[in-house]
Design a protein around this ligand. Structure first.
Ligand SMILES: [Zn+2]
Length: 349
């Protein structure tokens, strides 16, 4: 089979899963997320939409995080490096950046950050939600998309020689589009071919993760190497998450640090805070699913960075881990969530 079997593929080459250490499975170091920009309707808000993020507008931008263009752009490599070093200083060793190419994936910059910081950085391939697809997506075939993803994994992106270590994040909406289905099918073909882990961003509806599971299963994908992102903003009832866990997938609680209840992408849904996320995680552990849980922040906005008043990439380690410990999770349990689970999730089949 694959020469990658059992290895994790970083932007600087393959490493054994034991080299990962404390891992953030879903963060964006650099991203151009302007595809999510929603210009406010009110005249008095429109001006704020185009301002740089500053202390003067920070409260408004935090509340309306996709209504400010500057907030959606993490484009400064030096800032990315400074911010991820806070995670390293707190004990972290590996970060997975699943930014797809049409929203700013930058293999060379990720490799430079990996070299400069000494952290392992794992890069993704594939396509995000329909709105970010290139104009010719309707004409592309599953085979053609799979060829592109296989090349990213096996020979590298373009002529960079820098290889992707996972398929994702593959974006879907609710209800999902034909092109999104096609991209996911191509990702499953690539997974079967290469053994790569698959990471899927579900549409915002509690039924969507199961629809995705069914497609991955039907196409012959490996559900034990399938990571379902953003569980907390998709399914509020933990019993439904426990049902979903029966499929054997990874359940990613990757919005730690998002403490606002207002969720502009789905205003009728109350976003849980870290307390709600921890409650789900502990309930899943109690139900026997400790070995399927991944934790991260999915940082994609300036306001999440320390430089802009946020909690930073080290929030889980400095703020959440002590609270989990206080709630009864012991060192072995924490190591499982932060180290051993990611090591299994990102190793090639
Ligand atoms: Zn993400």
């Amino acid at each position: 089979m694959s020469a990658l079997e059992g290895q994790v593929q970083t932007v600087l080459g393959t490493v054994g899963p034991d080299a990962l250490g404390i891992t953030l499975p879903h963060e964006h170091l650099l991203i151009d997320f302007t595809v999510m920009f929603a210009e406010p309707a009110a005249a008095s808000d429109k001006g704020r939409a185009w301002e740089p993020v500053s202390l003067a507008n920070l409260g408004w931008v935090r509340q309306n995080f996709n209504a400010n263009l500057d907030n959606l752009r993490l484009l400064d490599e030096q800032v990315a490096q400074d911010e991820i070093l806070l995670f390293k200083r707190a004990g972290g060793r590996t970060v997975v950046d699943p930014t797809p190419k049409t929203i700013g994936r930058d293999p060379q910059a990720l490799a430079r950050i990996a070299r400069a910081t000494g952290l392992n950085v794992v890069m993704g391939t594939g396509y995000y939600v329909d709105a970010s697809h290139p104009p010719d997506m309707g004409r592309r075939s599953v085979d053609d998309l799979a060829r592109e993803m296989i090349a990213d994994v096996t020979s590298g992106v373009g002529d960079t020689g820098i290889r992707a270590g996972l398929l994702g994040e593959i974006g879907t909406t609710y209800p999902w589009t034909e092109n999104e289905r096609k991209v996911l099918r191509a990702a499953v073909v690539t997974q079967r071919e290469t053994g790569a882990p698959l990471m899927v961003h579900p549409g915002r509806h509690p039924d969507m993760p199961m629809q995705l599971v069914e497609l991955v299963r039907k196409e012959g994908g490996d559900l034990r190497r399938t990571i379902m992102c953003h569980i907390c903003r998709t399914i509020s009832d933990v019993r439904a998450v426990i049902d979903l866990a029966q499929a054997g997938i990874w359940l990613e609680y990757d919005l730690f640090g998002m403490e606002n209840s207002f969720y502009p992408y789905n205003p009728s849904f109350d976003m849980p805070n870290d307390g709600g996320r921890m409650a789900h995680v502990l309930a899943l552990i109690a139900a026997g699913h400790r070995d399927q849980i991944l934790l991260s922040h999915d940082i994609a906005y300036k306001t999440s960075l320390v430089k802009y008043g946020g909690y930073g990439y080290h929030h889980l380690l400095v703020n959440v881990v002590p609270r989990l410990r206080a709630k009864g999770l012991d060192d072995a349990g924490l190591a499982r969530l932060l180290v051993e689970n990611p090591a299994r999730a990102f190793a090639f089949a």
